[in-house]
Design a protein around this ligand. Structure first.
Ligand code: C2O
Ligand code: CU
Ligand code: CU
Length: 497
């Protein structure tokens, strides 16, 4: 099964390393410094391709019975250039599955891969045995048959493999897709809601291409440490995409689906847009922002006003790592999406003043405080032999060890600190609110329900309530969502009983 090849030209997708080799050579030859940043952002000048929109499966139209096959495929990111990929029922990524609060939806994932896998519902509030973590292993040829009780508020979530040690490679191959949960609130708000027309999913990832072929996953020791970060931004699997939308408001559902890269999204000229939702649902009200930082695993919904009919460019600054001198020297901005307006069409959606009423968890209600230290270059006890490079609280992930035991119904505060570099910290089975970061309470844009958060140099304090059970056999995970770190052991397990 294949998708339509885009119209881009592989020759123009010069990899950044090639570009840098080129400019370094020129620099050594005595060329002026001005040439450097230009060449390094060569990606800005490649041809446009129409944004692929993952097909929508509406669970109600599918009688709440959905079947998806996970398989290896060939996918053309560039015309007639076939890359080896993976997908859920298609050649790269999977369909967006629309779920409704109150429904029980049957999902059957058939593993047609030549290796074991699992399918985690990232952001879903379901019991441990439905969570699809490393314990819910699906052997080749087997089908994982579950019925998901959808009881949480409207939100943009996603599914991806979560088998310990294979997650980074399997997600990288293209195995990921969206769960779009709707509820009465989301259906009655006057927001744009025509999927793929004015309500647009954007799965942002980065990949390396060589002569138009996606470079298959492999991670050096350095890439394990820093996380695998590649040179070309792809959106829903499209290189350098454009989308045409009706005049008016457009709603973008952003997922940072990269293995390791952090992005700062913004519009050309620093134009304002509105953040309306975080991972766990809508904010109380829209928050005007000019940039949006997103770490791997995070989702945000934003609204952009296109009533003037002008084309916009959504860009992303690629957040540099401290120890990457290339990134620090030539900070890069990639074009994520060109948004064109079809003057003949008028969008129906608009930006409401109020979106949600978020129940605030109170510090005083917390019965337990737990502390987590995210550690690099860990040399102590490890479950995974040579992979025991990363740890949390001096322990590398061990699938047979339960690290924390939580009482069902409890409100807890989790305090997280990291050494060396920033990490996206993710918790399964619930959503949390940020209590403080670096000693400060969150800004309005960060007050929503979340399940993934950037932990930087200060303490990050989260508050959450556990309402779904997870036993010793199928515990929940907490981990760094840099997939190389997760696979390398920066993960722990907890039960809720
Ligand atoms: Cu998106 Cu534990 O994962
Ligand atoms: Cu998750
Ligand atoms: Cu990490």
């Amino acid at each position: 099964m294949t998708d339509n090849p885009g119209q881009g030209h592989p020759a123009q997708a010069t990899s950044r390393r090639e570009a840098i080799k080129l400019v370094s050579a020129t620099a050594l030859g005595g060329a002026c410094a001005v040439a450097l940043p230009l060449a390094a952002s060569a990606q800005l000048f490649t041809a446009h391709n129409r944004l692929a929109i993952p097909p929508l499966i509406d669970s109600r139209r599918a009688n709440n019975d959905i079947q998806l096959a996970m398989a290896e495929h060939q996918h053309a990111f560039f015309p007639n250039k076939w890359s080896r990929t993976g997908g859920f029922g298609r050649s790269f990524l999977g369909p967006a599955i629309r779920l409704y609060r109150g429904d029980d939806t049957r999902l059957r994932f058939e593993n047609q891969l030549r290796e074991a896998t699992s399918v985690h519902g990232h952001g879903l509030h379901v019991p441990g045995w439905l969570d699809g973590g490393p314990q819910s292993r699906i052997e080749p040829g087997e089908t994982w048959d579950i019925s998901l009780p959808i009881r949480q508020q409207a939100s943009t979530n996603w599914y991806h493999p979560h088998l310990h040690g294979s997650t980074s490679r399997q997600v990288h191959s293209g195995l990921a897709g969206l769960y779009l949960i709707e509820d009465e609130n989301s259906m009655s708000l006057p927001l744009p809601k025509d999927y793929g027309l004015d309500d647009i999913p954007l799965i942002v990832q980065d990949r390396d291409f060589e002569a138009g072929i996606m470079v298959p996953y492999q991670a050096s020791r350095r890439e394990m440490k820093n996380g695998k970060r590649e040179d070309t931004v792809i959106v829903n699997g499209t290189v350098n995409p454009f989308v045409t939308v009706p005049k008016g408001w457009v709603r973008l559902r952003l997922l940072n689906g990269s293995n390791a890269r952090f992005y700062e999204f913004h519009l050309v000229g620093g134009e304002r847009f509105y953040k309306i939702a975080t991972e766990g649902g809508f904010l109380d009200e829209p928050v005007a922002v000019t940039s949006l930082r997103m770490v791997p695993g995070e989702r945000n919904e934003i609204m952009v006003n296109l009533s003037d009919g002008k084309t916009r460019q959504l860009l992303a600054r690629m957040v540099p790592l401290d120890d990457d001198w290339l990134d620090e020297l030539f900070p890069r901005t990639a074009r994520v999406l060109q948004i064109r307006v079809d003057e003949a069409k008028r969008g129906q959606g608009r930006l409401p003043a109020r979106l949600n009423t978020i129940e605030r968890l109170q510090r005083e209600d917390a019965r337990v405080v737990r502390t987590f230290r995210l550690q690099m270059e860990h040399r102590g006890r490890g479950g995974h032999g040579m992979h025991a490079m990363f740890a949390i609280n001096d322990k590398a992930m061990d699938p047979v060890r339960i690290d924390e035991r939580v009482r069902k119904g409890d409100v807890e505060i989790w305090r997280i600190k990291r050494d060396e570099m920033d990490h996206p910290f993710h918790v399964h089975g619930t959503s949390f609110q940020i209590l403080s970061q670096r000693g400060r309470s969150p800004r309005p844009a960060d007050t929503g329900w979340k399940d993934t958060v950037e932990v930087d140099w200060g303490w990050t304090e989260l508050i959450m309530k556990f309402e779904h059970e997870a036993n010793d056999q199928f515990p929940f995970m907490y981990h760094c969502h840099i997939l190389e770190h997760e696979d390398g052991g920066m993960m722990g397990q907890f039960t809720v009983t």
